[in-house]
Design a protein around this ligand. Sequence first.
Ligand code: KIV
Length: 273
Amino acid sequence: MNKATPEQRPITVRDFADRKRKGEKIVVMTAYDALFGRLVDESGVDAILVGDSVGTAIMGYSSTLPVTLDHMIYHASAVRRGVKRALVIIDMPFLSYQASIESAVLNCGRAIQESEASAVKVEGGSPEMLATVHALVRTGIPVMAHIGFTPQSVNTIGGARVQGREDESAMRLIEEAKGLEEAGAFAIVLELVPNAVSARITKAVGIPTIGIGAGVDCDGQVLVLPDVLGLNDTFDPKFLKRYAEMAKEVRSAIGTWARDVRSGAYPDAEHSF
Ligand code: KIV
């Protein structure tokens, strides 16, 4: 029998802890469908987050708030079908886990059952959220936490603002991170947090921190796929580095095809039966 090599074996939440212990960076990318799930997986990332960023990146909403649990399950199950190795994490949308511990367990359980993702992500580090994370982990649901700028609270925060700039808010983030580790989270996303504060959080906890706009000292990084590929060329925050300019490629390819159709150059003999 052929045994999977460590490079082929599916990634689990235990690999996250190992990576931190060994000082190896963790690479997380978002995806929202089976096609890109497969391509991102084949690129060798450690985890794929099916983020509720699907709302803004793909569905055309101006925030993540309109995204529903049904939307998330639809996208995560598509990603799951495309992925062989990376850990697939489903982001829990607004209102699917905040109202009560019971609704959180039922909705996160449904998300895992129907999408076949291996873990959930939830936002926040309040005492209520720590109790929820604890209950989810006890139920057997691995939890990635998310603090700093939490997009589902954009209306109370008042925009996508860097969090933890003042001593008091920095201390609060450190305490939230410690609480989330104690509650059983296997990793914590830090979004829009100053480098110095992420470095302190990363030192203070034994679980990996995964940064987005949170500097180089996090244990790993996550970015949103259409932003990295330059497919979403209207979004240009300071932390984003584009690794391709695919929006230009798409317009150019479709524009050329449209010209060929109009001129009769497509389909030519080579592409006809
Ligand atoms: O929804 C998402 O894609 C996220 C990442 C940006 C961390 O929460």
